[in-house]
Design a protein around this ligand. Structure first.
Ligand SMILES: [Cu+2]
Length: 214
Protein backbone atom coordinates (compact mmCIF):
# COMPACT_ATOMS: atom_id res chain seq x y z
CA UNK A 1 0.00 0.00 0.00
CA UNK A 2 2.68 2.45 0.93
CA UNK A 3 4.70 1.52 -2.10
CA UNK A 4 1.66 2.09 -4.33
CA UNK A 5 1.13 5.55 -2.96
CA UNK A 6 4.75 6.40 -3.36
CA UNK A 7 4.64 5.06 -6.87
CA UNK A 8 1.64 7.20 -7.71
CA UNK A 9 3.40 10.25 -6.37
CA UNK A 10 6.39 9.54 -8.57
CA UNK A 11 4.13 9.15 -11.59
CA UNK A 12 2.44 12.51 -10.92
CA UNK A 13 5.79 14.21 -10.59
CA UNK A 14 6.95 12.66 -13.83
CA UNK A 15 3.81 13.82 -15.64
CA UNK A 16 4.20 17.35 -14.26
CA UNK A 17 7.77 17.42 -15.44
CA UNK A 18 6.70 16.32 -18.89
CA UNK A 19 4.07 19.10 -19.02
CA UNK A 20 6.60 21.73 -17.97
CA UNK A 21 9.00 20.51 -20.62
CA UNK A 22 6.24 20.59 -23.21
CA UNK A 23 5.27 24.15 -22.29
CA UNK A 24 8.84 25.33 -22.44
CA UNK A 25 9.55 23.56 -25.70
CA UNK A 26 8.54 26.41 -28.08
CA UNK A 27 9.23 30.12 -27.64
CA UNK A 28 7.80 30.07 -24.14
CA UNK A 29 4.62 32.00 -25.01
CA UNK A 30 1.47 29.95 -24.90
CA UNK A 31 -0.55 30.36 -28.10
CA UNK A 32 -2.86 33.38 -28.01
CA UNK A 33 -0.85 35.46 -25.56
CA UNK A 34 -0.09 38.27 -28.02
CA UNK A 35 -0.69 41.66 -26.41
CA UNK A 36 -4.32 42.68 -26.24
CA UNK A 37 -4.41 46.40 -25.70
CA UNK A 38 -6.20 49.69 -26.06
CA UNK A 39 -4.21 52.67 -27.25
CA UNK A 40 -5.80 55.97 -26.28
CA UNK A 41 -4.93 59.27 -27.94
CA UNK A 42 -6.02 62.62 -26.51
CA UNK A 43 -5.83 65.74 -28.63
CA UNK A 44 -6.73 69.26 -27.57
CA UNK A 45 -7.17 72.15 -29.98
CA UNK A 46 -5.86 69.83 -32.68
CA UNK A 47 -2.57 68.90 -30.96
CA UNK A 48 -1.47 65.98 -28.82
CA UNK A 49 -2.33 66.72 -25.20
CA UNK A 50 -0.11 65.30 -22.45
CA UNK A 51 -1.04 65.08 -18.81
CA UNK A 52 -4.66 64.04 -19.24
CA UNK A 53 -5.94 61.30 -16.93
CA UNK A 54 -7.59 58.38 -18.75
CA UNK A 55 -9.49 55.62 -16.94
CA UNK A 56 -10.34 52.11 -18.03
CA UNK A 57 -13.52 50.38 -16.86
CA UNK A 58 -15.27 47.15 -17.55
CA UNK A 59 -18.21 48.00 -19.81
CA UNK A 60 -20.74 49.80 -17.66
CA UNK A 61 -18.51 49.58 -14.62
CA UNK A 62 -18.24 52.29 -11.98
CA UNK A 63 -14.85 51.46 -10.50
CA UNK A 64 -11.85 51.95 -12.79
CA UNK A 65 -9.79 48.86 -13.53
CA UNK A 66 -6.79 51.10 -13.96
CA UNK A 67 -5.87 54.59 -15.09
CA UNK A 68 -3.03 56.35 -16.78
CA UNK A 69 -1.88 59.76 -17.93
CA UNK A 70 -1.18 60.76 -21.51
CA UNK A 71 2.47 61.28 -22.42
CA UNK A 72 3.97 64.00 -24.61
CA UNK A 73 2.55 62.26 -27.69
CA UNK A 74 -0.92 62.48 -26.17
CA UNK A 75 -1.11 58.71 -25.77
CA UNK A 76 -1.58 56.20 -23.00
CA UNK A 77 -1.82 52.45 -23.57
CA UNK A 78 -3.60 49.83 -21.51
CA UNK A 79 -2.10 46.44 -22.30
CA UNK A 80 -2.29 42.82 -21.17
CA UNK A 81 -6.08 43.04 -21.37
CA UNK A 82 -8.55 40.22 -21.83
CA UNK A 83 -10.50 40.39 -25.06
CA UNK A 84 -13.83 42.14 -24.61
CA UNK A 85 -15.42 45.56 -24.47
CA UNK A 86 -14.20 48.20 -22.06
CA UNK A 87 -15.25 51.74 -21.30
CA UNK A 88 -12.52 54.35 -21.74
CA UNK A 89 -13.00 57.71 -20.05
CA UNK A 90 -10.97 60.90 -20.24
CA UNK A 91 -10.94 63.33 -17.35
CA UNK A 92 -11.63 66.58 -19.16
CA UNK A 93 -9.42 69.35 -17.75
CA UNK A 94 -11.35 72.20 -16.15
CA UNK A 95 -10.46 74.67 -18.90
CA UNK A 96 -11.50 72.30 -21.70
CA UNK A 97 -14.49 70.50 -23.08
CA UNK A 98 -15.11 67.68 -25.53
CA UNK A 99 -14.81 68.98 -29.09
CA UNK A 100 -16.72 65.97 -30.42
CA UNK A 101 -18.16 62.84 -28.88
CA UNK A 102 -18.48 61.70 -25.31
CA UNK A 103 -15.81 61.67 -22.62
CA UNK A 104 -16.58 58.00 -21.93
CA UNK A 105 -16.87 55.50 -24.75
CA UNK A 106 -17.13 51.73 -25.17
CA UNK A 107 -14.08 50.26 -26.89
CA UNK A 108 -14.10 46.63 -28.05
CA UNK A 109 -10.78 44.86 -28.32
CA UNK A 110 -10.16 41.42 -29.84
CA UNK A 111 -7.59 38.97 -28.54
CA UNK A 112 -4.09 39.85 -29.65
CA UNK A 113 -5.22 43.11 -31.25
CA UNK A 114 -4.62 46.79 -30.51
CA UNK A 115 -7.80 48.85 -30.38
CA UNK A 116 -7.37 52.60 -30.79
CA UNK A 117 -9.57 55.42 -29.64
CA UNK A 118 -9.03 59.17 -29.98
CA UNK A 119 -10.61 61.87 -27.85
CA UNK A 120 -10.77 65.42 -29.17
CA UNK A 121 -10.85 68.23 -26.64
CA UNK A 122 -10.93 71.96 -27.09
CA UNK A 123 -10.22 74.91 -24.87
CA UNK A 124 -13.17 76.71 -23.39
CA UNK A 125 -12.55 80.37 -24.14
CA UNK A 126 -14.17 83.16 -22.15
CA UNK A 127 -16.35 85.48 -24.26
CA UNK A 128 -14.32 88.04 -26.19
CA UNK A 129 -11.24 85.81 -26.22
CA UNK A 130 -9.38 84.33 -29.18
CA UNK A 131 -6.70 81.71 -28.92
CA UNK A 132 -3.38 81.31 -30.70
CA UNK A 133 -1.64 77.98 -30.30
CA UNK A 134 2.14 77.68 -30.03
CA UNK A 135 2.53 74.41 -31.86
CA UNK A 136 4.99 71.56 -31.79
CA UNK A 137 5.82 72.36 -35.42
CA UNK A 138 7.14 75.76 -34.31
CA UNK A 139 4.35 77.95 -35.58
CA UNK A 140 1.75 80.30 -34.16
CA UNK A 141 -1.66 78.95 -35.11
CA UNK A 142 -3.23 80.98 -36.54
CA UNK A 143 -0.23 83.09 -37.53
CA UNK A 144 -2.46 85.96 -38.58
CA UNK A 145 -5.42 86.95 -36.45
CA UNK A 146 -7.77 89.88 -36.97
CA UNK A 147 -9.85 90.93 -33.97
CA UNK A 148 -12.11 93.78 -32.86
CA UNK A 149 -10.84 96.31 -30.33
CA UNK A 150 -11.33 94.99 -26.81
CA UNK A 151 -10.59 91.37 -27.66
CA UNK A 152 -8.31 89.31 -25.46
CA UNK A 153 -5.81 87.04 -27.19
CA UNK A 154 -4.67 83.98 -25.31
CA UNK A 155 -1.48 82.29 -26.50
CA UNK A 156 -1.39 78.67 -25.40
CA UNK A 157 1.64 76.37 -25.52
CA UNK A 158 0.62 73.07 -27.09
CA UNK A 159 3.82 71.15 -26.39
CA UNK A 160 6.61 71.09 -23.87
CA UNK A 161 8.79 73.44 -25.93
CA UNK A 162 10.01 76.77 -24.62
CA UNK A 163 8.61 79.68 -26.63
CA UNK A 164 8.31 83.41 -26.27
CA UNK A 165 5.68 85.86 -27.42
CA UNK A 166 7.87 88.84 -28.17
CA UNK A 167 6.58 92.13 -29.64
CA UNK A 168 8.35 92.99 -32.89
CA UNK A 169 9.01 96.73 -32.89
CA UNK A 170 6.18 97.84 -30.63
CA UNK A 171 5.30 97.84 -26.93
CA UNK A 172 1.65 96.79 -27.03
CA UNK A 173 2.57 94.08 -24.54
CA UNK A 174 5.68 93.02 -22.65
CA UNK A 175 7.65 90.03 -23.86
CA UNK A 176 6.21 86.84 -22.38
CA UNK A 177 7.50 83.30 -22.07
CA UNK A 178 5.40 80.13 -22.23
CA UNK A 179 7.59 77.26 -21.16
CA UNK A 180 5.42 74.22 -20.72
CA UNK A 181 2.46 72.57 -22.32
CA UNK A 182 -0.75 74.29 -21.27
CA UNK A 183 1.00 77.51 -20.27
CA UNK A 184 -0.82 80.59 -21.47
CA UNK A 185 -0.23 84.29 -21.88
CA UNK A 186 -3.08 86.73 -22.36
CA UNK A 187 -3.27 90.28 -23.55
CA UNK A 188 -6.28 92.49 -24.20
CA UNK A 189 -6.01 94.77 -27.23
CA UNK A 190 -7.67 98.14 -26.65
CA UNK A 191 -5.96 100.00 -29.48
CA UNK A 192 -6.42 99.51 -33.21
CA UNK A 193 -3.30 98.66 -35.13
CA UNK A 194 -1.10 95.92 -36.50
CA UNK A 195 1.08 94.13 -34.00
CA UNK A 196 3.71 91.70 -35.31
CA UNK A 197 5.47 89.39 -32.91
CA UNK A 198 7.80 86.44 -32.90
CA UNK A 199 9.21 83.58 -30.83
CA UNK A 200 12.85 84.22 -29.94
CA UNK A 201 14.18 80.64 -30.14
CA UNK A 202 12.26 79.85 -33.31
CA UNK A 203 12.14 83.12 -35.21
CA UNK A 204 14.62 81.74 -37.73
CA UNK A 205 12.31 78.78 -38.34
CA UNK A 206 9.54 81.20 -39.23
CA UNK A 207 7.74 81.27 -35.90
CA UNK A 208 6.19 84.71 -36.32
CA UNK A 209 2.70 86.09 -36.08
CA UNK A 210 0.60 89.22 -36.46
CA UNK A 211 -2.41 90.48 -34.53
CA UNK A 212 -4.48 93.02 -36.43
CA UNK A 213 -6.87 95.02 -34.25
CA UNK A 214 -9.69 96.87 -36.01
CU1 LIG B 1 9.01 79.00 -30.30
Amino acid sequence: MRRYVRGAAVVVAAVSGALLLACGGDDGDPIGSDPTRIEVTVRADGAAEPGVTVRLFNAGGSTPLTQGMTMSNGQVTFDDLDAGTYDVEVEVPSDMEMATGEARRPVPVAAGQTATVTFQLESVLPPGTEQVGLTGSLTFSPASLTIPVGTTVRWRNEQAIFHTVTPDGHSEWTRATVSNVGDTFEHTFNTAGTFPYFCEPHQNQGMTGTITVQ
